[in-house]
Design a protein around this ligand. Structure first.
Ligand code: C5P
Length: 310
């Protein structure tokens, strides 16, 4: 992820993510959950553009939501302090001693409350955008602690590649040389709030989990290995998500979508993050397009044929 200059404006794309593996190791004393997850950025993305304010001399900042691309997805998106983009520029401005200024236009394409990381990706993109547009030019490493304060997944997006993430998600180990994976994503109309999914999971405290830890860890390493070899079918058999059952309870559409995926040709299908989006791992872009067309005819939600970024 990097900011590009276009005249006096700057822009950046904010990709969605998929969790190819997600294991909840236990509940921590701080209320967060200790995770072990493999995340991959995908080509489906939002876009952020920064323009200087028209009003020369004015130093105020504003955020606009561009609903043109996907009105239903942008509908309930706040354009004020509640938006993670706003929080990100505000936090960076404070740290760097720069008054937030100019206009950021956020074009939303990634559905919210879908486990696709849209808000977190927007926050990471806003940090990089403001860092460049305001001439702060911190090295990315210096933005990491700000990113972690904004949300558990924000450091992953800042890193900009597939990664194994641990801790509450903020400890990021980049995984290089994964092949591009063709996927179909279905986001039902109803979302799953992340906090509600973790609460319903009722996970045991971290210390109580004991001996199984090493088993999952080796499954994750095996998955990374199979993906690097391009052994998509065997990789698909290793993919898993511990939040699947709670997401299915919180959003019954997840079950229905899974049933439809079970009927089409794909290597594997599962929930991403805490849902409600669900994805299928496909053998080719052509198979992904065909599957997307088929799934679109069942009124399951918004369907995307896309691919992971290398
Ligand atoms: O970090 P983020 O703001 O994205 O998390 C949203 C909510 O999801 C948290 O308030 C917490 O309830 C839950 N969560 C968690 N464990 C994690 C990540 C998120 O319990 N590792």
């Amino acid at each position: 992820m990097y900011a590009r200059k276009d005249g006096t404006a700057w822009e950046i794309d904010a990709p969605a993510k998929l969790n190819l593996y997600l294991d909840v190791l236990g509940r921590r004393a701080d209320g967060f959950h200790e995770l072990e997850t493999l995340m991959a950025p995908v080509q489906l993305s939002d876009r952020l553009q920064w323009h200087p304010s028209n009003n020369t001399g004015a130093r105020e900042f504003s955020l606009r939501i561009d609903a043109g691309a996907s009105p239903a997805i942008a509908r309930d998106m706040p354009a004020d302090q509640r938006n993670l983009v706003w929080k990100a520029v505000d936090a960076l401005g404070r740290q760097a001693g720069v008054e937030p200024h100019g206009v950021i236009t956020l074009t939303k394409r990634i559905p919210s409350q879908a486990g696709l990381g849209g808000g977190s990706s927007d926050a990471a993109a806003a940090l990089l955008l403001a860092n460049a547009a305001w001439g702060i030019n911190y090295p990315v490493a210096r933005l990491r602690s700000l990113a972690a304060e904004l949300g558990s997944d924000v450091p992953f997006f800042l890193a900009g590649s597939s990664a194994v993430c641990r801790g509450r998600g903020e400890i990021v180990e980049p995984v290089v040389s994964l092949p591009r994976l063709d996927v179909v994503i279905v986001a039902p109309r109803d979302g799953v709030p992340t906090a509600a999914a973790f609460k319903m999971l009722n996970a045991p405290p971290l210390d109580a989990r004991g001996g199984t830890h090493g088993v999952e860890r080796s499954t994750l390493l095996e998955l990374v290995c199979e993906l690097k070899k391009g052994a998509i079918a065997s990789a698909g058999r290793l993919m898993a998500n511990s939040l699947h059952a709670v997401a299915r309870t919180l959003c019954p559409a997840v079950e229905r979508i899974g049933t439809h995926f079970a009927r089409i040709a794909c290597c594997a299908h599962m929930l991403t993050g805490s849902g409600s989006a669900y994805f299928g791992l496909m053998n080719s872009a052509c198979q992904a397009r065909r599957a997307a067309a088929l799934l679109s005819s069942h009124d399951l939600g918004t369907v995307f044929a896309t691919a992971t970024c290398r």
